[in-house]
Design a protein around this ligand. Structure first.
Ligand code: NAI
Length: 271
């Protein structure tokens, strides 16, 4: 029988909304690889999504928590620890939302209250989850924490608006807290910069189909699927990546290092 990469490990998986979610696929893989975990999502997502179905499949519980609320995070950790019977080996932060994108505001017409909400939900919540974890001392030594990013943190994708800034902040927090948690407890912190993926958060971005298809044609391996991303997350939770920390890891089929592909040259009539 194949080795189970997460046998004996316990943790927390945020952000599973429906079966397209990266977190949903990750939960199924983590279960398959022998992990035990609790699922969590914002209280409103519990009403919209189908997370209870996933919980049944994974033989676990859902603990509602708004990731921007310190009180909710504290309650989440306390209840998860009681349910799982110990401290955590891994935490997945798979959370993103921009009211400006949802309401179609351009980068030159941002509503700043909404922008603050985007940064809080999509980036600062990552810091909050780690700060509370450190204060409550709920991470095991050699634990692993992963957040999800997008290449708009480094390059301009006009329709990504304030989420680009949120992702840049998220990646910076991974470095800052990765240093701190590494020193304190040998806990590693990384972000995965994922290909465009057909999920609720992804397809909500203006022009999504264009940049999904563009990235697919540029990348020598094609776009990475949500399922492939889940598999990569599992490796980062496993003991085989213990010395990887403070990194933004591109999981994009080679997109980030490709200048141009034959397909794009052909499309522009220069082949
Ligand atoms: P998704 O829409 O399935 O997941 C986003 C999740 O964030 C949802 O479950 C939602 O309920 C949760 N959320 C929103 N506000 C919250 C709050 N206040 N507290 C707790 N949870 C909250 O979409 P997807 O694509 O699986 O997103 C997961 C992560 O992957 C996000 O960080 C996203 O930015 C990132 N990502 C997505 C890409 C894509 O093209 N879909 C590409 C690169 C990164």
């Amino acid at each position: 029988m194949a080795e189970k990469l997460l046998e004996g490990k316990i943790g927390i998986i945020t952000g599973a909304l429906d079966e397209n979610s990266i977190a949903w696929k990750t939960a199924l893989k983590a279960k398959e690889q022998g992990a035990r975990f609790v699922l969590t999502n914002a209280p409103i997502a519990m009403r919209m999504g189908s997370i209870q179905t996933l919980a049944e499949q994974c033989e676990t519980i859902v603990i509602p928590a708004d990731a921007t609320s310190l009180a909710d995070i504290e309650k989440l950790y306390a209840e998860a620890k009681a349910y799982l019977g110990g401290d955590f080996d891994f935490i997945l932060h798979s959370i993103g939302m921009s009211p400006n994108i949802r309401k179609g505001r351009s980068y030159g017409d941002l509503n700043y209250d909404w922008a603050m909400k985007s940064y809080d939900v999509s980036a600062i919540s990552f810091h909050k989850m780690m700060q509370v974890a450190e204060k409550m001392d709920v991470m095991k030594t050699w634990g692993s924490i992963v957040g999800l990013s997008y290449i708009a943190a480094q390059r301009v994708y006009p329709f990504y608006t304030d989420m680009a800034d949120a992702k840049a902040l998220l990646e910076s927090i991974a470095r800052g807290y990765g240093y701190r948690f590494g020193k304190a407890k040998k806990v590693r912190v990384n972000t995965i910069s994922q290909s465009p993926t057909k999920t609720t958060a992804g397809t909500g971005i203006g022009g999504f189909d264009s940049f999904f298809n563009f990235a697919d044609q540029i990348s020598p391996l094609g776009n990475a699927s949500a399922e492939a991303c889940a598999e990569y997350i599992i490796t980062l939770f496993s003991d085989f990546t213990r010395m990887v920390t403070m990194q933004n890891l591109f999981h994009d089929g080679g997109y980030s290092h490709t200048g141009i592909s034959e397909e794009i040259m052909e499309a522009f009539g220069t082949k």
